[in-house]
Design a protein around this ligand. Structure first.
Ligand code: NAP
Length: 270
């Protein structure tokens, strides 16, 4: 097994895509380091992984904190002696018109999704140079195409894509693999926890989560892409179509995306 005894750090692994990545990489023989902000959820995920015989370290850490990311990398090194793969997955979303959005919410989304990625990558990179391993950014279709009422989220994902395109090119002769994974709509807690204009969790998803790709299918695609050292993956048929059309007919896509998103339950625009 190519992943046997590799050390994989997955940020935000107590739910959704991160938890599914921890499961699948662990089942392939990797040692996994998982993070999250909630001690109970972290312990719960750790227990689930251990029952499957997976060697796991849980680190209570906020992705938005530089010192927590430094501590996370050090804890992984202390426990397992190396870092082979970093999956920058921790993320939050928001839903509100920009004109109504408290700027503290914009900062929170950027601090978690973008700065969290920068900090984790910074502190893991020296070890990943040694192991000639992989850095993964779990971005989004919103890293290619913006959606209304998701300004902060879209900005954070475009920023991730730009950061990784630059870094990938910078390290291309140093044996480090950089993958940007862009899931489409995936069933998870992301929309339940998405922040309102004032920074509260919106509490429920405005979309039919049952219609979406599963977190397990996304994790499987990420695993395959890491093994094949791909540069990027774009997931779901709808997601691939959106990226393609936005490249060639971005003006027409503005109208298509507006009309599509306006149909969401309780959309802040019509
Ligand atoms: N679901 C989708 O439709 C979709 C589509 C495209 C991209 N994505 C991306 O996929 C990634 C995972 O999202 P998901 O859909 O799996 O959502 P999810 O079910 O809400 O999981 C998010 C995970 O991130 C953790 N997290 C959030 N803020 C954090 C912070 N500041 N520090 C550390 N951990 C934090 C959460 O744990 P705690 O709350 O306990 O900290 C949780 O474990 C995100 O980057 C998201 O943008 C999702």
């Amino acid at each position: 097994m190519k992943l046997k005894d590799k050390v994989v750090i997955i940020t935000g692994a107590t739910s959704g895509i991160g938890e599914a990545c921890a499961m699948i990489f662990g089942q392939e023989g990797a040692k996994v380091v998982i993070t999250g902000r909630n001690a109970e959820k972290l312990q719960h995920t750790k227990d689930k992984l251990e029952i499957l015989g997976i060697d796991v370290l849980g680190v209570l850490a906020d992705a938005a904190s530089e010192s927590d990311n430094e501590r996370m990398a050090q804890a992984a090194l202390n426990k397992f002696g190396s870092i082979d793969i970093l999956i920058n997955n921790a993320g939050i979303s928001m839903r509100a018109l920009f004109e109504d959005l408290d700027l503290s919410v914009f900062h929170k989304v950027m601090d978690t999704n973008f700065w969290g990625t920068v900090y984790a990558t910074k502190y893991c990179l020296p070890e990943i140079f040694k192991s000639k391993g992989s850095i993964v950014g779990v971005s989004s279709i919103n890293g290619y195409r913006g959606t209304p009422a998701r300004t902060a989220y879209t900005a954070s994902k475009y920023a991730m894509n730009g950061f990784f395109e630059s870094l990938r090119t910078e390290v291309m002769k140093r044996g480090v693999h950089v993958l940007v994974a862009c899931p489409g709509f995936t069933a998870s807690n992301i929309r339940n926890n998405a922040l309102t204009a004032e920074g509260q969790s919106q509490g429920e998803s405005p979309r039919d989560e049952g219609e979406m790709m599963t977190a397990e299918a996304v994790a499987k695609a990420i695993l395959q892409a890491v093994l094949k050292r791909k540069r990027d993956i774009v997931l779901t048929r709808q997601g691939k179509l959106a990226v393609f059309l936005n490249k060639w007919i971005p003006g027409i896509m503005d109208g298509i995306v507006y009309n599509h998103m306006a149909k969401e339950k309780d959309s802040p625009f019509k």
